[in-house]
Ligand binder design. Structure first.
Ligand code: SF4
Length: 425
C-alpha cells in the first residue's frame, strides 16, 4: 500500500491542467490504529489529490419507497453487497487520502447489522463520519446511543416537506415524517449533531417557504438541499425548471443571512454563482463584506462538530461515491463507474481515472458552461448534464444564467478543505 504521507500532489498526478501548485496531498497524521479521537492536523487537501468527501452506499435495502430514489431501493439486501471485511479495507484505504469526511448512506444504512462495528472502525481510523438512516422505526434511540458511543459525529435525516402529507407522499410510507422529527430530537438528546436533507423537485417547490420556516425550529447544524437529478426513479418531468431553481437559490441565500445553520446546495453548483452575483450587487450598493467570504457564511455552525464543508465540490471533484457492490462513481447521481474497489485501488481511481480527471478539468466543459465566467466557481451539475444528455461534460441543462462574453471569474476561494476541527471535544 502506498505511503501517502507528505506526498506532493504534483508527484501523485503530474500534468493535470487544473492542478494547484504548492498544494500538498496525503495523509496528515492519519494512522490506522492510532488514537481514536486524535485531531487531524491543520492541513489543506487538493481536490486533484484527495476528495473532501466519500459517500458509501452501504446497502440498497430500505423500508421506504421514495418516488425519486436514486438507488431504486427495495426492502431486501443484495447478497453482492460489500462484506464487513471489504468495507473496512475500503475505509482504511480512504483514510489514506487524509482526514476526509466519510458518510454511510443507502438505501438505509441501518439495514446493515454491522453498522455499529463499521462506525467504530472508522472512528478508530480517525475518520470524520456522518450517517444518513432512513426515517423509519429502525432508527431507535438505543442505536443512536451505540453509534455515539463508538464515535459517530453527525446524523443526517431526510425531510422533503414541511408537513407529513408532503413528505410521506414522497417517501410513500405513512409516519415517515414523524419518524424524521423523532430521530432528529433523539439524536440531539444523546448529543449527536444533526443535519436535514431535502430534495427539491417540481412537486414541493411551492412548499419551500414553509420548509425554511420549519428548518429554523429544528436545532440542526446543516441543511443540505438536493436539487433533483433525473436518474433512478426520478424522471425529467419531476425536476423543477431552471427559473424555479433560481428562485430557490435566492430564497436560500436570503435565509443564509440569518439561519442558525449552514446551507449547502447539492447537485446545484449554480447556487455558488447566485451567491456571488448577490454579493457583488450588495458590494456595489455599499456593503463592505469581502466577496471572497461569501461561501463561508454559517461555516462556524457546521464546523462546530468537526464535519465542516468545502467549497466548489462537484461530481468527481472533491467527491467520490462507492456503491453497495463497490463500484466507484464521481457521485451517487452520476452512474459512470470508473472502477470497483474489489479489483482496483480507490486512490488510483480518484486521482488518475479518465472520468475523474476529465470532471476536474473545467476547460473541457461544453456549451454555455464552457464559456461561462462562473465555470471555475460553478461548472454546473455534471450529473444532471449526464442524465439529460448522456455526456457528463455537456452544459448544465437547468441553469438560468446566460453567459455574455464575461471574463472568467475566479473561484471565491482555493479549492481546498478548510481548517479542520477535532472530531471530539
Ligand atoms: S452556465 Fe454553467 S457554469 Fe455558468 S452558472 Fe450556469 S451552470 Fe454554472
Amino acid at each position: 500500500m502506498t505511503d501517502l504521507v507528505d506526498r506532493p500532489a504534483d508527484a501523485a498526478r503530474p500534468g493535470h491542467p487544473g492542478g494547484h501548485p504548492g498544494a500538498r496531498g496525503g495523509h496528515p497524521g492519519g494512522h490506522p490504529g492510532g488514537h481514536p479521537h486524535s485531531a487531524p492536523s491543520r492541513r489543506h487537501l487538493d481536490f486533484d489529490s484527495a476528495p473532501f468527501i466519500a459517500i458509501w452506499e452501504t446497502t440498497q435495502a430500505c423500508d421506504l419507497a421514495c418516488k425519486h430514489c436514486r438507488a431504486s431501493a427495495q426492502p431486501l439486501r443484495d447478497d453482492r453487497e460489500l462484506t464487513t471485511a471489504e468495507a473496512k479495507a475500503m475505509m482504511k484505504r480512504l483514510r489514506e487520502f487524509g482526514p476526509i469526511v466519510f458518510v454511510f448512506s443507502g438505501g438505509d444504512c441501518f439495514k446493515r447489522p454491522d453498522i455499529v462495528e463499521l462506525v467504530e472502525y472508522g472512528a478508530n481510523l480517525g475518520m470524520r463520519m456522518g450517517i444518513t438512516p432512513a426515517t423509519t422505526s429502525l432508527a431507535t434511540k438505543e442505536l443512536l446511543i451505540q453509534l455515539r458511543d463508538v464515535g459517530l459525529t453527525r446524523v443526517a435525516i431526510s425531510l422533503d416537506g414541511s408537513n407529513a402529507a408532503i413528505h410521506d407522499e414522497f417517501r410513500q410510507v405513512k409516519g415517515s415524517f414523524d419518524h424524521g422529527l423523532r430521530i432528529l430530537r433523539e439524536a440531539q438528546e444523546v448529543g449527536l449533531s444533526t443535519q436535514v436533507n431535502t430534495v427539491i423537485r417540481k412537486a414541493n417547490i411551492d412548499d419551500m417557504h414553509a420548509m425554511t420556516e420549519l428548518m429554523t425550529t429544528l436545532g440542526v447544524v446543516f441543511w443540505e438541499v438536493f436539487f433533483l437529478v433525473p436518474m433512478g426513479r426520478a424522471k425529467a418531468e419531476d425536476v423543477a425548471s431552471a427559473d424555479e431553481f433560481e428562485s430557490v437559490f435566492h430564497q436560500l441565500y436570503d435565509l443564509s443571512k440569518t439561519a442558525p445553520f449552514d446551507i449547502k446546495a447539492t447537485a446545484a453548483p449554480q447556487y455558488s454563482r447566485v451567491v456571488m452575483q448577490r454579493k457583488r450587487a450588495e458590494v456595489r450598493e455599499g456593503a463592505d463584506e469581502d466577496v471572497s467570504e461569501v461561501m463561508t457564511r454559517g461555516m462556524h455552525y457546521s464546523q462546530s462538530d468537526g464535519i465542516g464543508r468545502a467549497r466548489n465540490v462537484n461530481d468527481g471533484d472533491g467527491f467520490v461515491f462507492i456503491s453497495h457492490v463497490g463500484d466507484v462513481y464521481p457521485s451517487g447521481f452520476l452512474p459512470v463507474a470508473a472502477g470497483n474497489i474489489r479489483d482496483d485501488d480507490i486512490i488510483e481511481i480518484y486521482r488518475n481515472s479518465p472520468v475523474f480527471q476529465a470532471l476536474r478539468d473545467r476547460t473541457q466543459l461544453k456549451g454555455k458552461c464552457g464559456v461561462c465566467g462562473y465555470r471555475d466557481a460553478c461548472g454546473g451539475s455534471r450529473a444532471r448534464a449526464y442524465a439529460m444528455t448522456g455526456d457528463y461534460l455537456a452544459e448544465e441543462p437547468f441553469c438560468a444564467h446566460v453567459p455574455k462574453r464575461e471574463p472568467l471569474i475566479p473561484s471565491p476561494a482555493p479549492r481546498t478543505v478548510l481548517p479542520l476541527h477535532p472530531l471530539q471535544p
